[in-house]
Structures are given as structure tokens and as C-alpha cells.
Write a protein that binds this ligand. Structure first.
Ligand code: BGC
Length: 375
């Protein structure tokens, strides 16, 4: 009887937020995703959610972490938010272990290395704790119930198309010189960013209209460990030296950079080689981190991709709600993201191209940044 009353009370508490779940594109929750609901402990109030972020050294993850914390708290959850030092894998594993033993009912995880969490997440699965993969897909773990991210392939396509349009590759004779810089090879997103961009650029490389003078075109050759600005700067400095690039030396028309932290390193190296806003090669980016937006405004980075981390946080909180209520979880992609144990039902948010022309509307008018942040 007592149990029945408790479930009635919980059902009443849940009704308030039911509207968000089960509408639109949905998927049947993965087998491992409904334990809390079936055990009847699904109300938000007092339920602890673990949020594991990879690093505090990049602006975007600080923003992701604080957005997630604020949204979860506003929905009534307790939050255990942890940053794994500066991309330290053992720290992330430790923090996840503590979240599991500390009573978290759902884990939201942005992995440093998509392949290194198999063991710890096995413990989560054994404890019936559903896992949402946040932004980056966790590989080789059947403990992952859902994935929420931005459309990573589209990000790469936007970057490739930006270069194609800026150089007017379909109409100009060329050839144009380009170098390629992508991110951490253990981040599954890189396959989509780099793959999406190369699907646009490769035909022009094949036809000889685009030339990669270094010859470095594979993902491994273009990778940047930990997405580090210092590493991408070092690699660009080496490329400048070995290929003789410079404003009045060998022409460099574009550098594909998969994100802003790598773009910043590349821009530093190009400025160091004497380039200025007037003769800067095209440099792409992603995230609209403040230093990159400032560079865009100064003319030393051409574009970035705006991924509104507020949207992603809301989407993930909705996922958490639906999982805990045993409701269908909204997803809009059930084909693309196979983590080695099967396709993970995913929700892909929309990325948007940001340039000098629309940054005000995207970043300032939307309240993402204050004008003063970019001064
Ligand atoms: C994210 C990017 C970010 C990069 C480096 C990727 O997984 O999707 O937005 O720039 O990691 O932190």
C-alpha cells in the first residue's frame, strides 16, 4: 500500500514535465535506459545527475558544464559536475567511479578519449545507471543509452564549403594552396568534422585545383593531440618553414582548421610569419570561442561555427527527464552514430556558420555574449 501511494505521488510529480517527453521524433529507450523508471524512483527532486566534462582549459567545456548544471538544477536535480583536469583520462575515470558510487542516477559524459571508458561504464551499467554521451560519442561501450550532439558532419561540410566558396573553386582556375589541420585523433567527432570537410574539398584536390603542398592529407597527419593550440601552432610553424609560406613567399590560400583552438594556433603561427589581416589566408574554425570571435572581428580568422551550448544542454536535460520517467526519449537520428556496439539513438542539434556579417545577431542579440566580452 505504502509503495502504491509512493508511486502515485511520483506519477503526479512527473506529470508536470511529461509534455517534453515522447513528442516529435522519438525512439524506444535502449534496454539499459529505463531502470530508474521501472524501480519507480524517477522524480527530479533530489535525484542526482553526474556530469563529466573533459577539461576546463577550453572555454566551450566550461560553458557546457555551467549550462548543464544550471538547467539540471532548475529542473530540480542535484548535480555532481566534474572537470577531468586538463584532459586527464585517469581523472575522468576516477570521477565517473565516484559518481557511480555516490548515487548518481544518470551520467552525462563528454569523453576525453572516446575509447577509454569501457570498463568504468560497465560498472555503471551493472548498477543500472543510464549513460548519455555528450557531444562526443563514447566508443565500444554498450552502457551508452543515448547521444546528444551537434550535427558534426554538417560542421565539416560548412567549413569545406566556406573554403570552396571563398576561393570560388568552381570558377577560378587556381591552383590554390591549402593545408589541413584537424583535432584529437581519439575524438570520434574528428571523423565527422574532417570527413565532412574533405568530402567537399577532395574532388578539388583530385582535380589539381587545390594543392596541399605538404602532402599531409590523412587524418593522422593532420591531427592535433588534445586539440591543443600550442600543438597546432607548432605544426603550422613547421609547415611554414618546410614549404616556404609567407606573405611575399610561397602563396598559402587557406588552412582548414576543425575548431577554434586549432585555428588560434594556426593564426598565431601565420601572424608570426608576417601575415596580417590584409593578406591572411582563409582560416576556418568552430565553437565561436571568444578569442576566435575577436580574431574574426580583427580579420585574422575567416569564420567559425556557432554551436549554441544552451540548446545542447536543454536537449540533454530533456533526455534525462524522459529516461527517468521511462518515456520515449526525443531523438532525430538513428543511423549515423555506431559506437562499435550498435547505433546509438542520437539527437543532433543544428550548427550555424558565423562570420563578421552575422556574429552580432547570433552571439550578441541572442545573449550568448555581451559586446564587452569581445572587446
Ligand atoms: C567538440 C568541439 C571542440 C573540440 C575541442 C570536439 O569534440 O565537438 O566543439 O572544439 O572537441 O574541445
Amino acid at each position: 500500500m505504502k509503495k502504491k501511494l509512493l508511486s502515485l505521488a511520483l506519477a503526479a510529480m512527473m506529470t508536470l514535465s511529461l509534455a517534453a517527453c515522447g513528442g516529435g521524433a522519438t525512439s524506444t529507450p535502449a534496454a539499459s535506459s529505463t531502470p530508474a523508471a521501472s524501480s519507480g524512483a524517477a522524480a527530479a527532486t533530489g535525484v542526482k545527475v553526474g556530469v563529466s566534462m573533459p577539461t576546463q582549459s577550453l572555454q566551450r567545456w566550461n560553458q557546457d558544464g555551467s549550462n548543464m548544471e544550471a538547467e539540471l538544477k532548475a529542473a530540480g536535480y542535484e548535480v555532481d559536475l566534474q572537470y577531468a583536469g586538463d584532459n586527464d583520462i585517469p581523472t575522468q575515470v576516477n570521477q565517473l567511479e565516484n559518481m557511480i558510487t555516490g548515487g548518481c542516477k544518470v551520467l552525462v559524459v563528454a569523453a576525453i578519449d572516446g575509447g577509454s571508458l569501457t570498463e568504468v561504464l560497465k560498472t555503471a551499467k551493472d548498477a543500472n545507471i543510464p549513460v548519455i554521451s555528450y557531444d562526443r560519442l563514447i566508443m565500444n561501450s554498450d552502457a551508452v543509452s543515448y547521444y546528444a550532439t551537434f550535427d558534426n558532419y554538417k560542421v565539416g561540410q560548412f567549413q569545406g564549403n566556406y573554403i570552396k566558396d571563398a576561393l570560388d573553386l568552381d570558377n577560378q582556375a587556381g591552383p590554390f594552396n591549402i593545408e589541413l589541420v584537424t583535432g584529437a585523433p581519439d575524438d570520434n567527432n574528428v571523423n565527422f568534422f574532417f570527413g565532412g570537410a574533405m568530402d567537399v574539398l577532395q574532388p578539388y584536390i583530385d582535380s589539381g585545383k587545390l594543392v596541399v603542398p605538404s602532402g599531409q592529407t590523412s587524418k593522422a597527419q593532420c591531427a592535433t593531440p588534445n586539440w591543443s593550440t600550442e600543438e597546432s601552432q607548432k605544426r603550422m610553424e613547421n609547415l611554414i618553414t618546410s614549404n616556404g609560406y609567407g606573405p611575399s613567399a610561397t602563396k598559402l590560400d587557406a588552412v582548414l582548421c576543425s575548431n577554434d583552438s586549432t585555428a588560434n594556433g594556426v593564426t598565431n603561427a601565420l601572424l608570426g610569419a608576417g601575415y596580417t589581416a590584409d593578406n591572411m589566408p582563409i582560416v576556418t574554425g568552430q565553437d565561436c570561442d571568444k578569442p576566435s570571435v575577436k580574431n574574426m572581428l580583427a580579420g585574422t580568422q575567416s569564420m567559425s561555427i556557432f554551436k549554441d551550448t544552451r540548446t545542447l544542454a536543454s536537449q540533454v536535460v530533456e533526455m534525462v527527464d524522459c529516461i527517468l520517467q521511462g518515456k520515449e526519449v526525443p531523438v532525430n537520428d538513428t543511423k549515423t552514430y555506431d559506437n562499435g556496439t550498435g547505433v546509438i539513438p542520437s539527437f543532433l542539434c543544428d550548427p550555424v556558420i558565423c562570420t563578421q556579417d552575422n556574429y552580432k545577431e547570433l552571439l550578441i542579440d541572442s545573449g550568448y555574449y555581451a559586446e564587452a566580452d569581445l572587446a
